[in-house]
Each structure stands twice: as C-alpha cells, then as structure tokens.
Design a protein around this ligand. Structure first.
Ligand code: PLP
Length: 442
C-alpha cells in the first residue's frame, strides 16, 4: 500500500492513549501506518527499523503472511464461540501446541487475552490451589521491586514499579516484595548472566520468617525483568528462589510474557535458565501480537489439585469471554508453526554473540553508565540529567525515531528487543543510529 493512501485521522482527541504523554503526542504525532518484516512505515512514508518488536511481541517480524492467512481463514469458519461449558476445536489445538513447548509436566493451559490478565489469572490459580489443598491461610503474594506484571489489580499490586501504583490507592492487601536483582556496582557492564547477587534470593527466607510460610501462596517474578530496564538474573538466583519456595511449599510463578517464544533463545526462559516454575504466564509472542492473546501454563499437579478437589460442577470460577478466541487461537497456531519451521529460538541464539558485541560496543559513549544483555534483549543505562530523570532517555528515543529507528526507553534506560529475524545489517543500523543519538546528548 502506498503511504499516501493511508487514512490519517484529523482528530486525535477522542483516543486516550495508554501509558502515553497524550499532550505531547497529540501535538507531535508519530503515526505508524503499516509494517513488514523488520520495519514499520509511518503515515508520512518514513521507514522505521523496529528495534523493539513492537512492545517485545512481534518476534517473528511483522506482516507474516502465514499468520494473516490463518486469521482470515478462521474468521470465515467460526468468528466466535463461547468457551464456558462449550468448546471449539481450535482452542484445544492451540492449548495442545503450547503444551508441546512448555517444560515437561506443565501441560495445562488457561487462555487469557493479555499479559495483565495472565498475571492476575496466575495469582488466582495459586490462591485456588492452596485452598483446594486445605491451606486457605496461604493468601500472601510476593512480588519483587521493579517487577512488572501488567496493570490489573493483582499484577499491579505484586509488581514493584512505584509509578504504576501510586495513582491507585491501597491495592491488594497481603502483598510483599523481594528486593530487585540489579546489582549495578558489582556487575557493571556484565555480559549475559551477571556473576554477583544470587544471595538476593535469600530475602525470601526473611519474608518467610516475617510472615510465616503458612501465609504465603506464591512468589511471582520475571525470569529477566524487561519493562524496568532489562534486569538479568544473577547466576544462581532463580535456582535459590526455587529451592526456598520448595522448602516452604510456596508456588513459584514465572512471568514469561516477554521471555516466552524465543526471546532468549529457547521457547521459554525457564528452559534456558534451567529452572522450572509451577505456573508460567505468557502473551505477546504467542500470536506474534497479531491478535491479542495470553495464556497461563500450570504444572499438571496444580491443575489436578484444583480440579480433582472441587465439588462437582465448575472447578475454577474464573475466565474471560474471549478465552481461547478462535481468531487468536488460529494466530497462535500459525505463529508456533512459524517458530518451529524457521527455528526462531535457534536464530536468536545464533545471532546472540553478534548482538552482544554490538550492544557492548556502546561502552564508553557519553553518559552510558551500564550495559546489560541476555538473549535478544539489551539494556543501555544512561545517567539521568541532573534533576530531570527520564529526559535524556526520551531525547534519545525521539532522535532515533527521527533517524528511522525505534528503540524503547524506560526512564533513562534504553531497552532493545528486536524481532528474532534480525540480521547483521539491521543490527549495524540499529546500533549506529543509537550511538549517534547518545553522542548527540553529550
Ligand atoms: N508481564 C510482563 C513481564 C510484561 O512485560 C508485560 C507487558 O509488557 C505484561 C505482563 C503485561 O502485558 P499486557 O500489556 O499484554 O497486559
């Protein structure tokens, strides 16, 4: 399609944009009109290299024909059918395909429509699990500072981002937080998993001592925290967390909304990091973001405890009108088929050394105080301007965009997470443009 034919809204007022500076945007709109492969195209016809896979979600690249056709075909067969006390074949097929990718013994899949819903669903399943086993005092949920689990009340409460919480009052009671894992002093410019900081997991023992294990239902963490600036887990940290959870009968939930579907070179982060949770959330890459969909995978024992212990009838009083939506299920199956046929996790692994080299080549540029990477994720931390946190990051974002490269900023940290189909020329252009933008900040 020619950009000239793209309809342009002449009134931007009605849309209250999410997580946005509405006032700035509406006076300086940046409209993405179409996308293909590694690129967006703006309504003005500018080509933008996608350094963020949208919002960490278009892992197979944009505009994939196979996904588009699967959605079109499914729309012609069955637009919608309820999944409460009924079913339609493609939702079962999608669940079975996901279960082929999840760690062994995590074969039960609950469908949602987003990462936020997956987070809340995971927390509710954890509560229902303990209650079903007669441990209804286990109601406390443990998250982590700087964790992001979406914007529902559960995920927001367990999440550890002050900015996302303080507008909204008291949130859920019975929530506590572990310290974050960002040991910047000890792990400065670490490549891959940082060496120092596994002992930060021991804070869970302190919370157990404080609250009593018999009050704690679950711990939820991202294997690699993305939204708060790419915090890679110290070597051994997740293993320790797993061991402490096992010791005290606490469920471990991994929020794999970002790390799922090849982002760190394996189907899920659990596989690459060698630690299996009890419950795992996913979304984003599941459908390549072509149709909203999320899911929660649980260990079979968790499903069995909830389902087998329930009286006859509905076992879990939870679900969404669109759980397992046919179009989303079709998109998910087509996406997983692409991942298999093109070995996208393998592609990510193959280009990871080049990605790491390029990422760390930014060391020494003005204001760059730390660099982190893992899989096809990178975080470049800039020193904030005195008294103006976030401003430097925003300037770098705008400068990159104007030069045709999309990066993401969280405060003064630049986070990169390209589609897994990225190739060397894209890497060179992405980092060349970013380096210029950082230099221009000096
Ligand atoms: N969990 C994690 C780890 C995420 O990164 C995100 C989104 O970035 C979410 C949950 C929320 O997902 P959604 O925006 O689809 O609700």
């Amino acid at each position: 399609m020619n950009e000239m034919n793209v309809p342009r809204p002449n009134n931007l007022d009605a849309y209250w944009m999410p997580f946005s500076d509405n006032r700035y945007f509406k006076s300086n709109p940046r409209l993405l009109a179409r996308a293909e492969g590694m690129f967006y195209h703006t309504a003005d016809g500018q080509e933008i290299l996608d350094g963020t896979a949208g919002l960490w979600c278009c892992n197979a690249g944009h505009g994939r024909r196979e996904i588009k056709e699967a959605i079109q075909q499914q729309a012609a067969i069955l637009d919608y059918a309820p999944t409460f006390q009924l079913g339609h074949p493609i939702a079962f097929e999608a669940a079975a395909r996901i279960a082929e990718l999840t760690p062994e013994g995590m074969d039960r899949i609950f469908f949602t429509n987003s990462g936020s819903e997956s987070a809340d669903t995971a927390l509710k399943i954890a509560l229902a699990y303990h209650r079903a086993r007669g441990e209804s005092s286990r109601v406390r949920l443990i998250g982590r500072e700087r964790g992001y689990h979406g914007v529902g009340f559960g995920g927001m409460s367990v999440g550890g981002i002050g900015g996302n919480r303080k507008q909204f009052g008291a949130l859920l009671p019975y929530v506590d937080h572990l310290p974050h894992t960002h040991g910047i002093e000890a792990n400065l410019f670490a490549r891959g998993l940082p060496e120092h900081g596994a002992e930060r997991a021991d804070a869970l023992e302190a919370l157990v001592a404080l609250h009593g294990a018999e009050t704690i239902a679950a711990v939820m963490v991202e294997p690699v925290a993305g939204s708060t600036g790419v915090l890679v887990p110290p070597r051994g940290y997740l293993e320790r967390l797993r061991a402490i959870c096992d010791k005290h009968g606490i469920l471990l939930i991994f929020d794999e909304v970002i790390t799922g579907f090849g982002r760190i070179g394996t189907n899920f982060g659990a596989e690459r990091l060698g630690v299996t949770p009890d419950i795992m959330t996913m979304a984003k890459g599941l459908t390549n973001a072509a149709v909203p969909m999320g899911a929660v995978a649980v260990k079979n024992a968790v499903y069995d405890a909830v389902v087998d212990n329930a009286p006859a009838g509905i076992e879990l009083f939870h679900g969404y009108t669109y759980s397992g939506h046919p179009l989303a299920a079709a998109a998910a199956i087509a996406t997983m088929e692409l991942h298999r046929a093109e070995d996208l996790p393998g592609r990510a692994r193959a280009i990871e050394p080049l990605w790491q080299e390029a990422t760390h080549s930014l060391k020494g540029l003005p204001n760059v105080v730390d660099i982190r990477d893992f899989g096809l994720i990178a975080g470049i931390e800039l020193a904030p301007r005195p008294g103006k946190p976030g401003q430097r990051g925003t300037e770098v974002f705008r400068r990159c965009f104007d030069k045709g490269v999309l990066v993401r900023v969280t405060g003064d940290i630049i986070a990169l997470s390209p589609p897994l189909i990225i190739e060397k020329p894209h890497v060179d252009r992405l980092y060349g443009t970013l380096a210029d933008a950082i230099r221009a900040e000096a």
